[in-house]
Design a protein around this ligand. Structure first.
Ligand SMILES: O=C(O)[C@@H](O)[C@@H](O)[C@H](O)[C@H](O)CO
Length: 400
C-alpha cells in the first residue's frame, strides 16, 4: 500500500433522481484501483466541482493514498479559512474516496476497517408527509406494513401549509409559512397520530428550524406526552445556547445538527449533554474522518448518532452513513429517503432497505460503484433555489 499514489481526482455531477449530486473519483497509480466519495451540496454543485478539480487535484497528485489523516488536515488548512460548506464537501468527497481505496486495498468493507460490526444492519426512519391527518396516518400504516418501526410525521411539509395568512401590501415573493399556525397544527398532528396509531410505532418530527426560540421551547414541552423518538432541528445553529433552557424544562428527546459545518457548533451540545442524537450531514462536515471522531466524542456523553440521510446525499454518501452506523456502538437510527431505479442504475451496489433495516454491500471499501455513462444521462440543473426563500406572513425572511 505504501507505494500507491493519487493519479487523478475529479468531480462527477449527476442528478438521477432530479436532485444534484456530486461524487469525487480518486484514481490511483494501481491500474483499476479507485475510490468514490460524496461531495453533494445540491445548490452549489459547480463551486464544489471547481474546488475539487481546480484546487484539490493540483494539491494532491502524487500523494500516498494511505495517508488519509494527513491529507485531511492538509486540505482543511490549505485555503487558510476553513469549515465552510464548499470546502468541506470537496474534502468529504476526497476523504470518503480515500477510505474506499483503503478498504479495497485491505479487502474489507469499510465497517470492518472501522473496528467491525456492532449490528448486522442499521434501523431506519422514514418520512410520512400528508396534506391531511388521514393522509399522514395512511402513510405511516403503509411503512409499518413494510416493516418500518420509526416514522417521521409532517403535516403539510416543513413549516406546515399556511392558510388564511394576513399579509401587508408589498411583501416579497417567497415560500411563506406561519410559525404559530404550524406549532398549533403540529401538536394536533401528534395527538391525532397517537390516537390513531397507538403506541406501537415510534414517531419523530422535524421542526426544520421554523420557529422562534421561545416557540420551540413551548413545542418541545407540549409534545412531551406523545413520547417522540426525537424532535429534530428544533432551532437553527445560531440559537444553540437555547438548548440549555429547553433541556431544563422538558424530556422530549432532541436531535440536532444537519446544518452544522464547524466543530464549535456541536461542541457545547455534546459536552453538556444537551441533545440525545447528533445528525450532521457527513459531507458538510468533511467526510468519514471527522464523522468517526464526532461519533466517538458523542459516545462518551451518551449521545447517539442519526446521520442526515436526505435525497441530497448520493448513494455513496448513504453507504458511508451506514458503514459508520454498523461500526459505532452509539448508533441511534438512520434517516432513509429511499432510492429510485435511476439511482440504482448509476450507482450499482447502493445500500438497500429490507424490513426497516438498511444494509450495505459486502464488497471491500464503501461497496458502491458509479456507471459514468449512465450518470452522464442525468445532468445537474442550474438555477436559483426558491424553496429556501422562506418568509413569515408579514414578509420577514426566516430560516428554511
Ligand atoms: O431531514 C431531512 O431530511 C431534511 O431536513 C432535508 O430533506 C433537508 O431539507 C434537505 O437536505 C435540504 O437540502
Amino acid at each position: 500500500m505504501a507505494g500507491v499514489t493519487i493519479r487523478d481526482i475529479r468531480a462527477i455531477c449527476t442528478a438521477p433522481a432530479g436532485i444534484n449530486l456530486i461524487v469525487v473519483k480518486v484514481e490511483t497509480s494501481e491500474p483499476g484501483l479507485y475510490g468514490l466519495g460524496c461531495a453533494t451540496f445540491a445548490y452549489r454543485h459547480r463551486l464544489v466541482a471547481a474546488m475539487v478539480d481546480d484546487y484539490l487535484k493540483p494539491l494532491l497528485l502524487g500523494r500516498a493514498v494511505a495517508d488519509i489523516s494527513d491529507i485531511w488536515e492538509t486540505v482543511n488548512h490549505n485555503a487558510y479559512w476553513r469549515n465552510g460548506p464548499i470546502n468541506n464537501n470537496a474534502l468529504s468527497g476526497l476523504d470518503m474516496a480515500l477510505w474506499d481505496i483503503k478498504g479495497k486495498l485491505a479487502g474489507m468493507p469499510l465497517y470492518d476497517l472501522l473496528g467491525g460490526r456492532c449490528r448486522p444492519a442499521a434501523r431506519v426512519y422514514r418520512h410520512a408527509n400528508g396534506a391531511t391527518l388521514a393522509e399522514v396516518a395512511a402513510k405511516v400504516r403503509q411503512y409499518m406494513a413494510e416493516g418500518v418501526t420509526h416514522v417521521r410525521v409532517q403535516w403539510g411539509g416543513y413549516g406546515g401549509q399556511a392558510s388564511g395568512m394576513q399579509q401587508p401590501d408589498g411583501v416579497l415573493p417567497g415560500a411563506y409559512y406561519c410559525p404559530d399556525q404550524y406549532m398549533r397544527r403540529t401538536i394536533e398532528l401528534l395527538a391525532a397520530m397517537r390516537e390513531e396509531l397507538g403506541e406501537e410505532v415510534e414517531l419523530l418530527h422535524d421542526v426544520h428550524e421554523r420557529l422562534a426560540p421561545i416557540q420551540a421551547l413551548g413545542l418541545a414541552k407540549a409534545l412531551e406526552s406523545y413520547r417522540l423518538f426525537f424532535l429534530e432541528d428544533l432551532l437553527p445553529p445560531e440559537q444553540v445556547p437555547w438548548f440549555r433552557t429547553i433541556r431544563q424544562q422538558c424530556a422530549t428527546p432532541l436531535a440536532m445538527g444537519e446544518l452544522f459545518n464547524n466543530p464549535m457548533e456541536w461542541d457545547t451540545l455534546i459536552r453538556e449533554r444537551l441533545i440525545d442524537f447528533i445528525r450532521v450531514h457527513i459531507s458538510q462536515i468533511g467526510g468519514i474522518t471527522p464523522a468517526r471522531k464526532l461519533a466517538t466524542f458523542c459516545e462518551a456523553s451518551g449521545v447517539r448518532t442519526a446521520w442526515h440521510g436526505p435525497g441530497d446525499v448520493s448513494p455513496v454518501g448513504h453507504a458511508a452513513n451506514v458503514h459508520l452506523d454498523l461500526a459505532s456502538p452509539n448508533f441511534g437510527i438512520q434517516e432513509w429517503s429511499g432510492l429510485n431505479d435511476a439511482l440504482r442504475e448509476v450507482f450499482p451496489g447502493s445500500p438497500e432497505l429490507c424490513d426497516g433495516f438498511v444494509t450495505v454491500s459486502e464488497r471491500p471499501g464503501l461497496g458502491v460503484d458509479i456507471d459514468e455513462k449512465a450518470a452522464a444521462r442525468f445532468p445537474c440543473k442550474d438555477g436559483v433555489t426558491t424553496w429556501t426563500q422562506t418568509r413569515w406572513p408579514d414578509g420577514t425572511a426566516f430560516t428554511p
